[in-house]
Design a protein around this ligand. Sequence first.
Ligand code: CTP
Length: 419
Amino acid sequence: MGQPEETNLAIAQRLPPALAPLLKAAGEAAAELKLSLYLVGGALRDILLHRPVVDVDLVVEGDAILVAQRMKDSLGGEVTVHSRFGTAKYRRGSLSMDIATARKESYAHPGALPTVSRGTLLEDLARRDFTINAMAAPLSLPHLGLVIDPFSGQSDITRRLIRILHPKSFVDDATRILRALRYEQRLAFHLEDETETFLRRDVGMLSTISGDRIRREMELVLTEEEPELALQRAQELGVLQSIHPHLSGNGWLREKFSQARKETPRNLLASVYLALWLYGMNKNDMETLLRRLKLSGRRATSIVDLQTLRAKRTELSNPYLLPSALCRLLDPLHPAAVAAAIVACDDPIARLNLQKYLRQLRHLRPALNGEALREIGVPPGPIMGQILQGLRQARLDGEVHTREEEEALVCHLLAERTS
Ligand code: CTP
């Protein structure tokens, strides 16, 4: 391991200015406690890469929780503590930072969560995933402005390489395989040759990782700017196949993900990516994968609903489909599945129908709501629901346009029922 390497970087000055008071308070708290405090991980990597810093992680050689509590004493704010790991999250307003006690880790068996104990800064850096994430910048004098870089992360930044710290890295923690591809594609780096050899060798170790952890890593891949790049690379390296033999990240996905970014509302994009990704799988394979990844809730519903929509392609391609019939088809399905179908589908009529539903029809409501109907004299109970449904249908199909026309329709429907 090398000695601290001097740089001309004014590290602290490259952090978001809003964080300055928090960093100052953290530095002072550590100094009062006579502890050394460091900026580590992704924030330092991104500063060195001249990329915007999002999250700030600090490490203390000593008790991080004491540092966070002292920050709270001087600045106010809130502290959340995880005593088992010796970590604390300090929050003030919309700002936050994670402070961790320097630790060393060992793995009882591949894929196990690590056993953690207190360690030095160098041990803390040595337990990390890649050289570019295993650097530290002291935030207190006398070493302010230095970068502690025991694994030559700065040189790998210059050479644009993703490199693991030791040959068993992917065996200890195979989630690093997915992390490696995520960083490689996000930063336009390359896997260093030996790292790629070890990754290919250890790809099967993904089977040692729990479904929850794999799913979280996959979800992180899907939050990247262009997730299809990492998925395509994962396919080339056999990573996807080791999660499920029929999971793929091919050229179709590349085209469709890029289209999804242009056509999909932001809040649905992550679910749309996921549904598109699994679109080519058959039902059995998909169910196996959903179980393996412990996928449930909104995300799983979008995937299953997109498959349902695939089976309804013929109905959706009908140019004369009434809006009410379109809503009957699509109302029970998750909007993300409809948004994904717009991207997946090549038939122009079906695309138009789906777009009309997503942008317009699904939001359309009659002017009269339940309360207005009660005032007109509609009794509560199933009849109320039926009349509301009849009103929406008439609105959708353009049979009524105004509140008055709706009222007339309600009278007509009531009369029909009592005659
Ligand atoms: N880390 C690790 N092994 C993992 C996960 C995390 O060594 N399996 C370390 C890395 O040093 C990483 C740090 O923990 O830099 C923080 O993890 P995380 O917040 O996931 O990553 P960031 O580096 O902040 O990257 P990103 O920009 O993707 O958030």
